[in-house]
Write a protein that binds this ligand. Structure first.
Ligand code: CO
Ligand code: CO
Length: 326
């Protein structure tokens, strides 16, 4: 954790809570929301890769309840390896994704690097005080997830040449799906706290919400949506390194009960352009589900936040308890 060196009372959300984006009061009620995300290729098609990188970067703005305005891009590649047309396709994919989210690309930079990387810094706005942080959940809030898990495992399966085409298409489709509509719907239905699921996996990002909100959580494994076909890849051992790192990092904080290691791995899977993880007060749950259905946004209710020392928690360090069916 890095302490902000400049003490500035216009800084509404800084780096101390590991939130999705920083929030800075500009003037009046308007605050800037700013974020940066860079990824390595997760699909073979350059245009899809550019599209996904942009949707992934925009997601942090949406997770804060903000509206994206402008983007700056960063493309790193080896000109001897990557044809000029492919680089152009990456950019074209990104521009398409940005414009469908009303965000303008206003500049960028390319540099030579043996490994392809592409990412964007996004600037948006939010009404000061209305930003949705990852550290404001309340005990009793329902936990919702708005995309199924498995993009990291699928990409690993693609690299091993064993991922079924149906699964590749589904995973690509989810990564290309903007969290814009989900963000609008959560704002309409009394969200108390939210983040998006990316590199730390579902459990890593849920842990950050718990830590920031000083709460525990109970998660129902049977309700967690996982893409069809992921189980087979897990059985074949096609697990990204990051999933094991996430599991190691969280080992003292997650109580899996009797649940097998294999069925937990998708919950640690690092996601690219994953869904929103949303806390909703129980009395707003019906409104949330109605609003999401009306907006045609996928959602699954996967658990609830709870006071840390509840009966289900075996020991004080356990923050997340996983059960199989409520
Ligand atoms: Co994020
Ligand atoms: Co991010």
């Amino acid at each position: 954790m890095i302490d902000s060196t400049v003490r500035d009372n216009r800084l509404l959300v800084g780096m101390d809570t590991s939130d999705d984006a920083g929030v800075y009061l500009l003037e009046g009620n308007t605050a800037l929301v700013q974020t940066l995300d860079v990824i390595t290729p997760v699909v073979d098609d350059p245009a899809d890769f550019g599209f996904i990188a942009a949707i992934n970067a925009l997601s942090d703005i949406y997770a804060m309840g903000g509206t994206p305005l402008t983007a700056l891009s960063l493309l790193a590649f080896d000109p001897c390896d990557l044809p000029h047309e492919a680089a152009q396709e990456i950019m074209a994919g990104a521009v398409e994704a940005l414009s469908s989210n009303n965000c303008s690309l206003i500049g960028g930079h390319t540099l030579e690097d043996p490994e392809i990387k592409f990412g964007l810094a996004i600037t948006g706005t939010v009404n000061a005080g209305s930003q949705v942080t990852n550290s404001s959940a309340r005990a009793g809030d329902m936990i919702y997830l708005t995309k199924p898990l498995g993009t990291g495992i699928t990409s690993t399966g693609v690299k091993g040449d064993v991922a079924p085409n149906g699964l590749i298409d589904e995973s690509t489709g989810w990564m290309k799906t903007s969290n814009r509509d989900g963000s609008a719907a959560m704002l309409q239905s009394g969200v108390t706290s939210a983040t998006d699921v990316t590199g730390f996996g579902l459990l890593g990002h849920l842990f950050e919400m718990c830590r920031g909100s000083e709460l525990g959580a109970v998660l129902d494994l049977n309700s967690v949506p996982v893409m069809k076909g992921i189980d087979e890849l897990v059985k074949m051992g096609l697990i990204p390194e990051g999933a094991y790192n996430n599991r190691k990092y969280l080992e003292n904080f997650v109580d899996p009960g009797e649940i097998s290691d294999d069925s937990l791995l998708p919950l640690f899977d690092p996601q690219t352009s994953g869904g929103l993880l949303v806390a909703i007060p129980p009395e707003k749950a019906d409104l949330f589900e109605f609003t999401f259905s009306e907006a045609d946004v996928f959602f699954a209710r996967i658990g609830l936040f709870a006071e840390p020392p509840i009966g289900l928690f075996a020991e004080p360090p356990i923050v997340i308890k996983i059960v199989s069916g409520f």
